[in-house]
Design a protein around this ligand. Sequence first.
Ligand code: CP
Length: 323
Amino acid sequence: MNRGFTQQDAAGRLRHLITLDGLPRGLLVELLDRAQEYAGRPGELAPRGSDLAGWTVANLFAEPSTRTRASFELAAVRLGADPINLDVMLSSRAKGESIIDTIYTLQEMQVDVFVIRDAEPGIHEYVARHVGDHVAVISGGEAHVSHPTQGLLDALTIRQCKGGFDGLVVTITGDIRHSRVARSAHRALATLGAAEIRIVAPPEFMPDAAEFSGARRYESFDQAIDGADVVMMLRIQRERAIGAAQADPVRYHQQYGLTAERLARAKPQAIVMHPGPMNRGVELTSDVADGPQSVIRRQVANGVAVRMAVLAHLADARRRRGA
Ligand code: CP
């Protein structure tokens, strides 16, 4: 976040949601509490509201997505908004239109919220600086930098399963260097007070020393998983790094894949998380992904609840500002 830009208004509420960096614990807890109210139960009708009645939410995704895009669309609809899904690669951006001209165009169609996924770091803040006072920008993923709603849904899932964050040992494993999910999870968990965050990866997938402050670094997955309460697995981000594209999946699985045998080193009630999409047989085996300790599908369900909470918070903040 550059000097002079803030994603919060004078009252501390969100104007935009671009990163979890710098957001206070109280605000994260408020968002998690709100999301919990929207967390439905399997087989029941999904919770709905009218917080966004009359609003328009535009999803502008310039990178592939299943979970984030679908859940933002559902969240918008369930709160009464009209959603637009623009496949950026099939939009006039492909004919040379700049992102800001795309934004101005849609803003004239009375879009109130832009949800943006983009591979270019800084683009979300750039857009947020250019939209009208009443318009909000939410990151649906910024390069390797940030995925704030993923961080929130991971935190919500952990809180539901573990009752809170006190004393928790969380092991994050995989291509951490190129992972926006890991950065946002680390930020959320550090702010919410997890006792110990461990990161483990082959050297080429470890982040620079200046990043992930306070996290304990490991090279051995067997050591890093010992006694963990939460095991968060990440896929290799082949689209982001030449080294990653060359990684041998068989060798990687032998050293850093989560198997039932390895999971037995964690605490007996440890939960297994993965943001998706999974590469079964590489970062984890199917018996673990579908096993009793897996909360991967619950993460997906919580994604809708968290995105509803963020949208409702932004709508509430705008009403209070009178924008
Ligand atoms: N976790 C996540 O961001 O998934 P998608 O890429 O499918 O949105």
